[in-house]
Write a protein that binds this ligand. Structure first.
Ligand code: GUN
Ligand code: FE
Length: 470
């Protein structure tokens, strides 16, 4: 399916490196029918784009869709959620005082088992996709459930709604209630293959949807199942996702279940699950030798700060991981994390790093630039799409969001008639009310105060997939 040629004009902000943002003011970005960025021109306005650049590309002005960002608006790369459980979406915010293992049995397994039902799954998954898109998540690495039919439905719905996604049928054959467990390793593999085949049918070249091998976590998978998943990776070269070293009780369980493994990381390694295509969520309590092994295998880490604080798993030492050379992205981990927003994950990553700093390691603090890098390019690295998404470069695909720091920016203005009246006819952003804020300050305000009301429009692979109706 080919889309339209598009031109985006205005200000663009993206991460150049871990600690630098690049601001492209008064720029035009040209996107072809396949959603690929074919040209980036600085100092280009609508007139110049229409009269010079569009004809030069051999395009016909009348066929091209043009979007001009207004003052106070800017384009930013789409967010990558490197770890999210779609079937847990109805549980967001519900965790009480639980920690991982009792949270799983109290809230999570009952909810996930109910997602066997097709009608229920359609409703939950549609809402989850639309809501994450509305927060600017253009790519998500999803865990589904053990059920093939509804996992396949999740991939159909991602495709239909235009969200780039990795969809994993969750493998779980141990230590789980008899009403939510894989019958056998063989059954789990057969079902995993069924989802792989389904995705091959709906999106043969994985342009948008890719299957991902998903052993839930070591305590939930038998040795036989992990061994067979390792073999399936060798056969298909498909990516992996799993959880690692999230919670102290989980660590004790891993020691008890795998007494011959020196640590959690080596359990995965000895089953062939640590590869350059492996996404490891949490990675909180790893020791130095485990991090070294992760680096040696070039596996990646999904940092889920909102979840780690909510179900009190611990504080992931992101600075340490980055300095050692681990590739890190952000995950919402819905519903361990209460928010479907990667902007919230970026904010929480900043705050958690400040808690580590307060315990004596001042350099642990992550900057605004760094958390935004993790939310975009870092996430793209983690899911193996760093050549395609995460920034604005010629040859990359147009996965982007239009951010508006406009009159709806301050939540207290909403619904307050006096404020609404005062803002009537006001074009420029209150964030820039006195014209004294520089880009750095505007971005900081967005990161710490922004939400989905600021996400005016979202595109994936050139296609408009969300827009706030005026
Ligand atoms: N470990 C095993 N399953 C899960 C899950 O669903 N969420 C989180 N956060 N950790 C897990
Ligand atoms: Fe998780």
């Amino acid at each position: 399916m080919s889309g339209k040629q598009r031109v985006f004009i205005g200000d663009f902000v993206h991460c150049k490196t871990l600690d630098t943002l690049e601001i492209l003011e008064d720029t035009a970005i040209f996107v072809d029918e396949e959603g690929v960025i074919v040209a980036i021109e600085r100092g280009c306005d609508l007139k110049k784009a229409e009269e010079i650049s569009i004809p030069r590309l051999g395009w016909v002005k009348e066929d091209v869709m043009v979007r001009v960002a207004r003052k106070g608006q800017f384009f930013f790369p789409g967010f990558v959620d490197t770890h999210i459980h779609a079937p847990q979406y109805p549980n967001v915010g519900i965790f009480g005082k639980s920690t991982l293992l009792d949270w799983l049995t109290t809230y999570t397994f009952p909810m996930e088992s109910s997602l066997k039902d097709l009608a229920r799954a359609r409703s939950v998954y549609t809402r989850c996709i639309k809501r994450t898109l509305s927060h600017g998540t253009t790519t998500a690495a999803y865990y589904a459930t053990i059920h093939v039919a509804t996992t396949n439905l999740l991939s159909d719905l991602c495709l239909a709604n235009g969200q780039r996604a990795f969809v994993g049928r969750c493998c779980l054959d141990s230590l789980s209630p008899d009403w939510y467990i894989d019958e056998s390793p063989a059954q789990a593999i057969k079902d995993t293959r069924a989802t792989i085949e389904h995705i091959a049918n709906i999106d043969p070249s994985n342009k948008l949807i890719t299957p991902i091998l998903t052993p839930r976590f070591a305590p939930g998978c038998s040795t036989e199942l992990m061994t067979q998943l390792g073999a399936l990776h060798k056969e298909t070269n498909l990516p992996f996702q799993t959880h690692i070293s999230e919670n102290k009780g989980e660590l004790d369980l891993v020691k008890e279940l795998f007494p011959n493994s020196p640590n959690y990381t080596s359990v995965y390694d000895s089953h062939g699950l640590l590869t350059p295509k492996t996404i490891l969520a949490h990675a909180i309590h790893l020791d130095e030798s485990e991090v070294d092994l992760i680096i040696k295998r070039q596996s990646k880490v999904s940092h889920c700060p909102c979840s780690n604080s909510s179900i009190t798993s611990g504080t992931c030492k992101v600075r340490w991981l980055l300095e050692k050379g681990v590739e890190v992205g952000l995950g919402t981990d819905v519903s361990g994390g209460y928010s479907p927003s990667i902007l919230e994950a970026a904010r929480q990553a900043s705050l958690v790093s400040r808690h580590i700093a307060m315990s004596g390691d001042d350099k642990a603090k992550l900057s605004i630039e760094e958390v935004l890098y993790l939310a975009t390019r870092g996430g793209a690295n983690v899911v193996g799409l760093e050549q395609k998404i995460g920034g604005f470069e010629v040859g990359m695909e147009w996965d982007a969001q239009l951010i508006g720091l406009g009159p709806n920016y301050w939540s207290e203005d909403e619904g307050n008639p006096e404020c609404v009246k005062a803002l009537e006819g006001v074009e420029e952003s209150p964030v820039d009310m006195f014209g004294w804020e520089n880009w750095e300050e505007r971005i900081a305000k967005w990161v710490f105060n922004g939400d989905d009301r600021n996400t005016l429009a979202v595109w994936v692979k050139g296609r408009l997939v969300h827009e706030i109706r005026k």
